[in-house]
Structures are given as structure tokens and as C-alpha cells.
Design a binder for this molecule. Structure first.
Ligand SMILES: Cc1ncc(COP(=O)(O)O)c(C=O)c1O
Length: 386
């Protein structure tokens, strides 16, 4: 057994990050300012979008994107149940109804045919989730959105570094990224909304800072004017320069991180092939680059004599960190009680919820670390084999 606990994830923070944050601390300006602007420009360029708007989290970004798209009371929003609480919760926060549709059983990405079948006269938007770092099939979703005049807002929390048919995920009406420490790059906590629409970007900027016409930099900076006016119901979702200083140095290392994740995933693929009853998710069937945000495996419970939760407990006992991404949203109490989607109506998401778990994956992992994980998993599976 490993002597030291191997976490599910650990951010890669080096001297450059520490120097950048220190320089910001010494500069005298630590909230939203020039570094946020610089981070936004670099990020927009990295994903090929016209605009990037930095916020405090992807959750905040989803909230603002939904408001900006005009989603409101009684509207229906079609989304994936294989997601974090934020996606559904922010649909509820703007007064809309989440309409969950099933996922592809191999990739756990939303099924475009199921989306097409769920459109009603009340549908206002489609919110697909690029699951674990693989892109959803955007072309058919774009066609559905266009045909029915719907907003397409991508939950790209897992998808920095992901490409779809040769282009990075980002742009369009809106794509929302996360910089939580488990993600491809981190700002501690943080998020970014990218869009190709000038008006959409302008509205996002207004709503992220109280709905007032000037942020602090523009009011207290040398060329600023202290006057301001509240013109819309906004929020306090602005990213700080401290976070942006970290984000800029992390973004410069994105390719290094994705290459490391891809290498580690290939070590896993090789080792997992020899373990009965454990399989990796399938690659998508269109041109794509997997950003390997998560290493999700699926257990064949018929082959393994114990349940998924017991496997997770035994991995933890063997000093291996684990994650659950995700227990589908329609199975959580809030969604069961408020919006009943019978588990049988979403069979793939329901089945995956009992069978998947995430194994450690972060750029600093060594081949020995991967060996420790797969040996522990192999031991557990063989000990309980039916
Ligand atoms: C699919 C998905 N959407 C949204 C979020 C929210 O991101 P944040 O923690 O930056 O608010 C997460 C977080 O893990 C996520 O996995």
C-alpha cells in the first residue's frame, strides 16, 4: 500500500505563479484591474473567441450567461443530468425549469437526438456540458438551436484545452469555464465566460459588477471618475487581479498541462486494460482533442462482487483519492422533489451514476503513482470477483 495519500487532484503551482501573485500584491492594486484585462485578452485568444469576461466562478458565469440570454420565469432549459449542481441550480436561480435529457452511454455527453426530442414551445436554451474534457457534438446542437431560435450556452467547466473538429471550445453565444483548483488551470476559484457577441459581452460585464456603469478600476484609477450609476440588477462576480495574475501564468502553461494529462491518461488506459470489470469511457466519434480533465472509469457491477461506493471506500483505505463525477442531477433530492424525472426516463445517466468513479489525474503525477492506483484497483476487484 502507498505510504502517502495520493489526492484526486493537486494544482501545479510553480515559481512563476508565486512571483506573479507576489508582484500583484506589491503593486498596490489587488482587486479587478489591469491584470484581469490582460487575462481576459489572453484567454479569448487561447480559445478563439471575440470576448472573455472573467468572473468569480463558473457558477457565477452560468448565472450571468443565463440572465444575459434572457432566460427567465417559466422558460425551459434543456441540459444534461451528468453535471455538477451549478448547471441545474443556476437554471433554477433565473426562474427557469431544467429539462434533463439522457446522455450517450459511452461518453456520458448529452445525446443531440434526445435534445431535439425535448424541444417544446417553452424551450429557451440548450446547455450542454462537455463531460470530463471531451466535447459534446456541437454541430447538431447548433442546428437545433438555430432551427428553434434557442440560446446555446456551453458548460465548458471541463473543457479548457478541448477541441471540437479542430477548433477550441469557446465563443458562440457563450461558453463558461471554471478555474477551480481541480481544473486544467486554476485561479484558486474563478471562471470565464467567452462569447463572439459584442452586446452579450457588454451585458455580462455590466451584470458582473452590480449593474453599474464603472468598475473600481475605472472609478479609483488615475484616469477614473468616481461617479457611477446603477442601470441593471447586477451581482458581485468580478475576478480580482490577484486571481488573474495566477491565471495568466497558468494559462501560459496550458499546453504543458494538457500534454501531461494526456500522457498520464495513456498510462491508465494501458494498465486498466488488464483489470476485469473496469473500463474507461469511450472516445467521441468525431474529430476532437480530449483535455483529460477527469479520468472517469465505469465498473461492470456484474463482474465485480461489490458496489461502486465500497470500491471507493477501499481505494481511500489504500491511500488513493477518488471522486464522483457525477451522481446525475435528477437523482438529487431537490430535483426529485421539484421536477420529477423518473430514473427510467434517463436510463444511461441513472445507470452511470451507480457505476462511475474518478481516479487521480493531475499533471504532477508519475507513472509510479498511476501504478499505485491501478494495482490497488486490481487488488480490490480480484479480491471481490464473483
Ligand atoms: C460541469 C460543471 N459545471 C460547472 C461547475 C462549476 O464550477 P465552479 O466551481 O467554478 O463554479 C463545475 C465545477 O466543478 C462543473 O464540473
Amino acid at each position: 500500500m502507498r505510504a502517502e495519500f495520493l489526492p484526486l487532484s493537486r494544482p501545479s503551482i510553480g515559481d512563476a505563479e508565486i512571483a506573479a501573485v507576489t508582484a500583484c500584491l506589491r503593486s498596490g492594486w489587488i482587486t479587478s484591474g489591469p491584470r484581469v484585462g490582460e487575462f481576459e485578452r489572453a484567454f479569448a485568444e487561447a480559445v478563439g473567441a471575440a470576448h472573455a469576461v472573467a468572473v468569480t466562478s463558473a457558477t457565477a458565469g452560468l448565472h450571468l450567461a443565463f440572465l444575459t440570454a434572457g432566460i427567465g420565469l417559466g422558460d425551459e432549459v434543456i441540459t444534461s443530468p451528468m453535471t455538477w449542481a451549478s448547471t441545474g441550480n443556476m437554471i433554477l436561480a433565473v426562474g427557469a425549469h431544467p429539462v434533463f435529457v439522457d446522455v450517450d452511454p459511452g461518453t456520458l455527453n448529452i445525446d443531440p437526438d434526445a435534445v431535439a426530442g425535448a424541444v417544446t414551445r417553452w424551450t429557451r436554451a440548450i446547455v450542454p456540458v462537455h463531460f470530463a474534457g471531451q466535447p459534446v457534438d456541437l454541430d447538431p446542437l447548433r442546428a437545433i438551436a438555430e432551427r428553434h431560435h434557442l440560446a446555446l450556452i456551453e458548460d465548458a467547466a471541463h473543457a479548457l484545452g478541448t477541441t471540437y473538429r479542430g477548433r477550441p471550445v469557446g465563443g458562440g453565444t457563450a461558453a463558461v469555464f471554471s478555474f477551480h483548483p481541480i481544473k486544467a488551470i486554476t485561479t484558486g476559484e474563478g471562471g470565464m465566460v467567452t462569447t463572439d457577441d459584442d452586446g452579450f459581452a457588454e451585458r455580462l460585464r455590466l451584470l458582473r459588477f452590480h449593474g453599474i456603469t464603472r468598475d473600481a478600476w475605472n472609478r479609483y484609477g488615475r484616469r477614473g471618475s468616481p461617479d457611477y450609476e446603477v442601470v441593471a440588477l447586477g451581482f458581485k462576480y468580478n475576478m480580482t487581479d490577484l486571481q488573474a495574475a495566477l491565471g495568466l501564468t497558468q494559462l501560459a502553461r496550458l499546453e504543458e498541462f494538457i500534454e501531461a494529462r494526456t500522457r498520464i491518461a495513456s498510462w491508465y488506459a494501458e494498465a486498466l486494460r488488464g483489470i476485469p470489470g473496469v473500463e474507461m469511457l469511450e472516445p467521441v466519434r468525431y474529430p476532437a482533442r480530449h483535455a483529460w480533465h477527469l479520468l472517469v472509469v465505469r465498473l461492470q457491477l456484474e463482474v465485480i462482487g461489490i458496489g461502486r461506493d465500497a470500491v471507493m471506500e477501499e481505494l481511500l483505505a489504500a491511500n488513493i483519492g477518488v471522486g464522483l463525477h457525477f451522481k446525475a442531477l435528477h437523482l438529487h433530492r431537490l430535483y426529485r422533489e421539484e421536477f420529477y424525472f423518473p430514473p427510467a426516463a434517463l436510463p444511461h445517466a441513472t445507470q452511470a451514476s451507480e457505476r462511475i468513479l474518478s481516479l487521480p489525474l493531475f499533471p504532477g503525477m508519475t507513472r509510479e503513482d498511476v501504478g499505485d492506483v491501478t494495482n490497488a484497483l486490481n487488488d480490490i476487484v480480484r479480491r471481490h470477483a464473483t
